[in-house]
Design a protein around this ligand. Sequence first.
Ligand SMILES: [Mn+2]
Length: 320
Amino acid sequence: MKKNDAFDILVSKIKNAKSIIIFGHKNLDADSMCSGLALAQLIKLNYGKDCLCLYDGNMPDSLHNIPMRESMRYYAKVDIPESVDLVFVLDYGTIKNLGALSEILPKSKFKIEFDHHKNDNCVGDLCINDVAASSVGEIIYTVAEKLDWRRDETVNDLIALSVITDTGFFKYARRGAALRIMADLVDSGVNIEHLANLLNNKSRKSVLTEASVASRAQFMWRGRVAIAVVDRSEYKKLDGRSDTILNLLGQIRGVEYIILLKQQKENQISVSLRSKLKPIDEIATALGGGGHAYAAGAVVQDSLDNVRAMVLDLFKEMLK
Ligand SMILES: [Mn+2]
């Protein structure tokens, strides 16, 4: 389908919809939350319609100060009608990542997705996806520009939050678009330092737990691979994705790959992988997950020891 046709469909579906629901992946991050809220606000500003923004799983403390946070509703506490005219699915990668929100898909008359993950099994009837985009916020910005949608200060802040968080404050921006968008947003009044401080809202307990996990990391293959483990009791104290652990280990000279294992339940281990060298998304795929070339992950139903052995075997194979 040509891009223009896709945008025509997008606009006519919004114009004709009486009910609109927006959601991203379960255990939302800043991009899935901010891109959804930005889209809701754009639809409000340009078409005068209210959207219902939903989330499932845990909303980290670091997202509690985000503009329009009060518009986010917890899925289990909302009565979803049997039929919804239009559903937007954002930043999800694979249907598994939607959690209970996937129950809404069969109730929707039309589904539009915006995503920047590699995905061979899209749920959308219309897919406005771009794997080269830094964030879904970037895709939303591009669509808004293309369609001449009016943006306000809130939309600008939300899109900027998507871009800065998903690029790790521009470190992972792999094309200029993210920076050009940010330049435009800053010229429109966005204050990056203010947005960064909005995110500094974790509890002391969670940050100190992350520091403690990092301090017990092990180093293998002459220090090229760092592996850190969050046990079950520590897992309960974490806020969101525990990026601090990855950031700390990534600062160490010689560390090329980081493996973070989080014991969510006795036999359910979340695996986060980061690379400074070769793509590691294939390793995540081999574990039943996925993600980006240099930042990927999976959730594996097995014991901590077994998952650790499995991941190290896959690394051994790659580093050979
Ligand atoms: Mn994203």
